[in-house]
Design a protein around this ligand. Structure first.
Ligand SMILES: Nc1nc(=O)c2c([nH]1)NC[C@@H]1CN(c3ccc(C(=O)N[C@@H](CCC(=O)O)C(=O)O)cc3)C=[N+]21
Length: 293
């Protein structure tokens, strides 16, 4: 078993981003700038946004966190997005999900200027990704592809099984793995809650991407010998044994599965850290206008 070490890879890639960020500052007199909007008081969301801001600092980006009460109206949120779209000092703009029930996430996603959509959730970016055109790729799938690339894993011809069809992970992941690029060129099966026999589908996988949101859903008996296992799960449980007061569990039973896998990501220390690197890379591209002139 080899570890796909998110801690190591994210630190390495952050070094490159930091250098490019310094070059950007030297030539333009300003820093790449990410704005993150957070609505409400979800503990996990607050942790992620804080981590994104801290990572911006690490690579020399400017970052702004706008925090609204849970009862902000959709209209007021959309008005703020319009204002930030028009603000030339803002390069990247994200609205942390999930949003409260009275706000339509689809409307919010489409309101963000696709040239600042560093989450890669806007339909323009999604469509361009599907066509293999320059675009912002959603941060988690992007981070996973960067990790495979870093370790020089050639996925061409592999059978990939993605578990979960979310807009932010499973669905874009299936597109990226099937694309004619490297990593990519996989034969992809996208499984979900209505799949007849998920266990059996996963058993056929050369590469498994688990993005279901259920602790230890993927067990050893479901994994083929030598498979590559990517765990996107971040299931939080209260624990009095840790400083933070909670413990994270993946969608994969790491202890059981690791001995069978050729490569595997740990949780924490895997995909989550790469997600942030994906976001930083997109923000740098947005600042440099290297995707949209
Ligand atoms: N608009 C939007 N964009 C997102 O990118 C987005 C989102 N909404 N909503 C929620 C998910 C989740 N997400 C994570 C980011 C970092 C870690 C991360 O850093 N994880 C660390 C540990 C984190 C901890 O200890 O809590 C690790 O896995 O080692 C995890 C998950 C971004 N998301």
């Amino acid at each position: 078993m080899n570890l796909l070490d998110g801690k190591h890879v994210s630190a390495k890639i952050r070094e490159n981003i930091k250098q490019e960020s310094a070059t950007f500052l030297a030539s333009t007199g300003r820093r790449p700038h990410l704005v993150a909007i957070l609505v409400g008081n979800d503990g996990a969301s607050e942790t992620y946004v804080a981590s994104k801001m801290r990572n911006c600092e690490l690579v020399g980006f400017e970052s702004t966190n706008i925090h609204y009460d849970v009862d902000i109206s959709e209209e007021a949120l959309l008005a703020k997005i319009d204002e930030l779209n028009a603000d030339p000092t803002v390069d990247g703009l994200i609205v942390q999900l999930p949003l409260p029930k009275h706000i339509n996430p689809e409307r919010v996603t489409e309101a963000i200027d696709h040239r600042k959509d560093v989450d890669g959730f806007h339909p323009v970016n999604l469509g361009r990704m599907q066509r293999n055109l320059p675009c912002f790729i959603p941060a988690t799938p992007y981070g996973i592809m960067l990790m495979l690339e870093y370790y020089g894993i050639d996925t061409a011809g592999m059978h990939a099984v993605v578990v979960g069809r979310s807009n932010i992970v499973g669905s874009p992941m299936s597109i990226l793995l099937a694309r004619n690029s490297n990593p990519g060129n996989c034969t992809v099966t996208l499984t979900h809650s209505r799949t007849k026999d998920i266990e059996n589908e996963v058993r056929r996988a050369d590469i498994v991407v688990a993005a279901i949101g259920k602790k230890h859903f993927i067990t050893a008996d479901m994994v083929k010998d030598g498979a590559i296992v990517i765990d996107v799960g971040i299931n939080r449980e209260v624990s009095d044994e840790t400083k933070s007061g909670y413990r994270l569990y993946g969608d994969v039973d790491f202890e059981q599965v690791a001995p069978k896998a050729s490569w595997i990501t740990p949780v924490p220390g895997g995909v989550g850290l790469m997600t942030i690197v994906g976001l930083l890379k997109n923000t740098l591209e947005a600042a440099k206008h290297s995707i949209y002139k």
